[in-house]
Design a protein around this ligand. Structure first.
Ligand SMILES: Nc1ncnc2c1ncn2[C@@H]1O[C@H](COP(=O)(O)OP(=O)(O)O)[C@@H](O)[C@H]1O
Ligand SMILES: [Mg+2]
Length: 321
C-alpha cells in the first residue's frame, strides 16, 4: 500500500505558564515525537485516553496546526510548505466532535454546503449548484427540506451529517474524523458510522478516525495507533491488536473497555486500569506509562522505549517486549 502521509518525529508543545518561582518555561508535550505512516485507503484509528494528544496530532495531520518539531510529508512533499495550494488544502479535511463549533449558525444548510461545493467548482451556479447540493444532502441521508434550515433547527446527528457533507464537498483524499460521534445520540451513531463507511468506499477516502472508544475501533478501523502522553506506544492491525495486544497500555485499554469485551477482545485483570496519567508538564523520564504499568522494572524508569518492529506490521514501544 502507498504511504500518502508520513510523520517524522513530530512535536507540539504548548506553553503551560511559568515554572516554580518563575524560573524556566514549562510546556505540555501534547505531541512528543510521533513518527507514523498513513496508507492510502486505510482507516487508521488513533486511540487513547483524554489528554493523550490525539486531537493535537489530528489537527497537525489536517494541516490546521503547525508542529514545533519534526516533518509532515503529504505524498512526499512537506505539507506545511504546500498548504497554500488550494488543491492540497482540499485534499485533507477534518470533522470534529462538536458540529456547533464548525457550522455557522447564521448560514442555512444550503449556504454552508454550496459554499464548500463552489470552493472546489467555482463555476457551478443556479440549478447545477442546487442539484449538487441536494445530491450531497441525499448522500448523507438528509433531504431537500433541510436546505433552508439553520443549524439551530437540526438535531445533533443531522448537524454532524452536514459537517461531514461539507468536508466531502471538496472531494478530499484524507478525512480526519475527531470523535465525530462522541456527542451524538447513541441511537443515531451507527447510522452515521455506516454512512461514513459507505462514503469512504465511494470517495476512496483515507480515514484517520480519532476515538477513545475501542468498540468503534473494532467496527470501522483497519489499523490502530495507540497514544499515551504525546507518544504512540503501539501501532498494529486492529484484529491482531484486539486478540493479542502487545503494549501493557493497550492491554489496559482493552481490559477496561466494555465495548471491546463485547466483541471478545483480550482481557487480563492484571492489566485493569489503575491510576491516572501523570501531569503532562512533568512526565516520567523513561517510559511514560511506567507509573501505571504492572510489569515495569527498574530500567523502565530511566530508558525511553522506541517503537520497534516485532513483525512486518506490528510496532510496540516497550522494553519488556
Ligand atoms: N491550545 C492548547 N493550549 C494549551 N494546551 C493545549 C492546547 N491544546 C491541547 N492542549 C493540551 O495538550 C494535551 C493534549 O490535548 P489533546 O490533543 O486535546 O488530547 P486528546 O484529544 O487526546 O484529548 C492536553 O494536556 C491538553 O490540555
Ligand atoms: Mg480530543
Amino acid at each position: 500500500m502507498e504511504v500518502i502521509m508520513k510523520l517524522v518525529d513530530v512535536k507540539k508543545y504548548f506553553p503551560a505558564g511559568a515554572g516554580i518561582l518563575g524560573f524556566g518555561r514549562r510546556y505540555v508535550r501534547a505531541v512528543d515525537g510521533v513518527s507514523l505512516d498513513i496508507y492510502g485507503g486505510e482507516v487508521l484509528a488513533l486511540v487513547g485516553e483524554s489528554g493523550s494528544g490525539k486531537s493535537t496530532l489530528g489537527k497537525i495531520v489536517a494541516g490546521l496546526l503547525k508542529p514545533d518539531g519534526g516533518r509532515v510529508f503529504y505524498r512526499g512533499e512537506d505539507l506545511f510548505k504546500i498548504l497554500d495550494r488550494k488543491d492540497v488544502r482540499h485534499k485533507i479535511q477534518a470533522v470534529f466532535q462538536n458540529p456547533d463549533s464548525s457550522l455557522n449558525p447564521r448560514h442555512t444548510i444550503f449556504d454552508t454546503l454550496s459554499e464548500a461545493i463552489r470552493a472546489k467548482n467555482p463555476k457551478l451556479e443556479g440549478s447545477q449548484l442546487l442539484g449538487e447540493t441536494v445530491r450531497l444532502l441525499k448522500l448523507m441521508g438528509l433531504s431537500e427540506d433541510h436546505l433552508i434550515k439553520y443549524p439551530g433547527e437540526l438535531s445533533g446527528g443531522e448537524k454532524q451529517r452536514v459537517a461531514i457533507a461539507r468536508a466531502l464537498a471538496v472531494e478530499p483524499e484524507i478525512l480526519v474524523a475527531d470523535e465525530i460521534v462522541a456527542a451524538i445520540d447513541v441511537s443515531v451513531r451507527a447510522h452515521i458510522l455506516n454512512l461514513l463507511m459507505d462514503l469512504k468506499e465511494m470517495y476512496k477516502l483515507t480515514l484517520m478516525f480519532i476515538t477513545h472508544d475501542m468498540g468503534l475501533v473494532w467496527a470501522i478501523a483497519d489499523r490502530i495507533a495507540i497514544m499515551y502522553m504525546g507518544k504512540i506506544v503501539e501501532e498494529s492491525p486492529v484484529e491482531e491488536t484486539f486478540k493479542d495486544p502487545l503494549h501493557p497500555y493497550t492491554k489496559m485499554l482493552l481490559t477496561s473497555s466494555p465495548s471491546a469485551r463485547l466483541v471478545g477482545a483480550y482481557v487480563d485483570e492484571k492489566f485493569k486500569a489503575r491510576g491516572e496519567p501523570p501531569s503532562p508538564i512533568d512526565p516520567p523520564k523513561g517510559c511514560k506509562f511506567v507509573t501505571r504499568c504492572p510489569i515495569a522494572t527498574k530500567e523502565c524508569w530511566t530508558q525511553e522505549p522506541p517503537l520497534k518492529h516485532v513483525s512486518a506490521n506490528r510496532r510496540p514501544a516497550c522494553l519488556k517486549i
